[in-house]
Design a protein around this ligand. Structure first.
Ligand SMILES: [Zn+2]
Length: 361
């Protein structure tokens, strides 16, 4: 075990930190306890969902990035990505407050310009204006949303490892792959504008969608226990709770993907448009009836989620921007491209939706 840790830390040092000048996140200088909490969650998710030894680290860096490194089973989350999650969660808490206090005036830095808020850089933990950090009720909601988005992010990276995307990428590649590519193949949450042809781009998009559907399935079970524990909801029909939990997860992921869409997306992107990712998660959930195999309940959960994201994301930015983004999926060109991706998804996924190795083998 010690040997594995040394190998991993040497790899991270030699291949990443020594080249970029980045360092491991220093928890003694942390601005908030939440960083500790997220590190703990990330380590536990890797332990629970990755077969054999695995590693999780937070890297101190402005990069909005998370990566899965295949051969050593490492997941790295960069601090810039955490800032992105904090900003998205703050905006979501803002939507809750706006919903409750429609006539009140309070600080809403995302209002009229979500892009400016999302790309605003370092999150100001000490700012007096950040009411969602100082009011106990809102702070609790903020923490829960941050954890929900973070769980999805980490499980997505684990989804690449689980579906053997590094290994299969090489199997599927007709060109000769050098051993060094094989060793260092890394999946990134945000692309670096790699040059690629359409076939390779489609494969890359399919891999992202497979990792997303894996992540979403287990995000639901992770959050069910923390958001809706049966012990606190005694007497409530557990099937209804499952549908509500599904709806909350869809709302959270829609907000996360929308916020990420402000970062990039060119046509030659290695990642599918974020709206495709949301639509694919929704379609996979319906197809696999994620609410205990019950079709009606699954439709109900999806309705709860969609209503919630359409209403809340429209209310926070005072415009139709979110709805227009969601509708991008339906343009004929996008629809055609989306179907092309769907056709090659089986090539990149385990045979059953969301299975873990121990259930599958
Ligand atoms: Zn990915």
């Amino acid at each position: 075990m010690q040997n594995y840790k040394n190998v991993v830390e040497n790899f991270i040092h030699n291949e990443i930190l020594s080249k970029t000048g980045e360092v491991y996140f220093d928890f003694s200088k942390e601005e908030d306890f939440l960083y500790h909490e997220l590190d703990f969650i990330g380590k536990n998710l890797c332990q629970d969902y990755v077969k054999g030894p695995s590693s999780f680290y937070i890297i101190d860096s402005v990069r909005v990035q998370a990566v899965a490194i295949h051969n050593h089973k490492i997941v790295l989350v960069f601090k810039g990505m955490l800032e992105q999650i904090f900003r998205t969660a703050a905006m979501m808490v803002g939507a809750e407050r706006r919903d409750k206090e429609s006539d009140e005036i309070f600080y809403e830095p995302w209002f009229d310009n979500v892009n400016l808020w999302i790309n605003g850089g370092e999150f100001e933990w000490t700012s007096n204006e950040y009411w969602w950090l100082h009011d106990q009720e809102y702070r609790k909601a903020f923490d829960i949303l941050v954890e929900a988005l973070f769980i999805f992010l980490v499980l997505h990276e684990i989804g690449h490892l689980h579906n053997l995307h590094g290994e299969r990428r090489n199997d599927n590649n007709e060109e000769c792959v050098s051993p060094i590519d094989n060793i260092t193949f890394i999946h990134k949450a945000i692309e670096d504008n790699e040059e690629m042809d359409e076939a390779e781009r489609l494969n890359s998009h399919a891999r992202e969608i497979v990792a997303d559907t894996f992540a979403f399935q287990f995000m639901m079970s992770e959050l069910k226990e923390s958001l809706f524990p049966n012990s606190e909801y005694e007497g409530t029909d557990s099937a209804t709770l499952t549908a509500i939990n599904f709806g909350v997860c869809i709302y959270a992921v829609a907000s996360y993907l929308w916020a990420l869409s402000f970062r990039y997306n060119s046509e030659s992107s290695t990642h599918p448009p974020h709206v495709f990712r949301l639509a694919s998660i929704e379609a996979a959930c319906l197809e696999h009836r994620v609410c205990g195999g019950d079709e009606k309940l699954t439709i109900l959960g999806l309705e709860i989620g969609m209503r919630s994201y359409l209403k809340k994301m429209t209310c926070i930015c005072n415009s139709n921007e979110f709805v227009e983004w969601r509708n991008l999926k339906y343009t004929p060109a996008n629809q055609e491209y989306y179907e092309k991706i769907c056709r090659i998804i089986p090539k990149w996924s385990n045979s059953t939706f969301g299975v873990r190795d121990e259930d599958w083998l």
